[in-house]
Ligand binder design. Sequence first.
Ligand SMILES: [Zn+2]
Length: 273
Amino acid sequence: MAIGGIDIARKAIHGKCHICGSYGKLSFEHVPPKSAFNDTKLKRFGFEQIFDKGPEEIPTHGYKLEQKGAGGYTLCEKCNNLTGTWYADDFADWAFEGMRLLAVSGGSLSLHYPIKIFPLRVIKQIVTMFFSVVHPEFRQKHFDLEKFVLNPETKYLPPSIRIYCSFMNGNWARSSGITVIGRFTEVGYKPIVMSEIAFPPFVYVMTIDSPPPDDRLTDISWFSRYDYNEFDIVYPKFNVLPINYYLPGDYRTIEQMKEDRIKNEMEANELGL
Ligand SMILES: [Zn+2]
């Protein structure tokens, strides 16, 4: 699998923990957890290798081979171990169930399917993953979110933070730190402030005081209303979004990307560029 995305710290073994902020030795945090299909080698591309590539063009060189899977040296050992113990196994169950549903569906799901999970543990693992991909200073403005992750019993996401999810298909996994995307809507220009992690079978988007980048994403913030030990059968309805490009929030099919490319080239010709 190829992985896009540029924001996870790769080299710094010493630094600030992205969750608790303590300075010291950092440990490798798998994003998503190793047990959720993230235990194989990946080719990691940076922006410079892929920004000018079209659909279906995966570069043959310039990548880093990630032996450990996707992730980075982002968390202190304490935060890594605690969150791993509290949330990772239940997140892996959720990912396995998702992978199974996606496989039996043949890639197009149109119904609400049951998934048996500990919802609060799943969403806490998702937030833990977002702490890894965003900048270490993110926590300074989001103490409530830090508390949400470091206290397993704490319920409810802060109102400014929403977590969205959908199934994904495509050749790419990708992750991005806080990104601002401009969208023109009926009511004018709207900036979308978000971070994204796409890794089979799911794509996750965290928004900050912002609408989601695509209406096909499903809001799962309500998972945070459960108790830590509360098990449930949830019936979310997830679309299957294509992931074919490195840009966060880009859920175009290969056909749409090809059409856009032709349109852009025609517009550039008309402008004499
Ligand atoms: Zn820490």
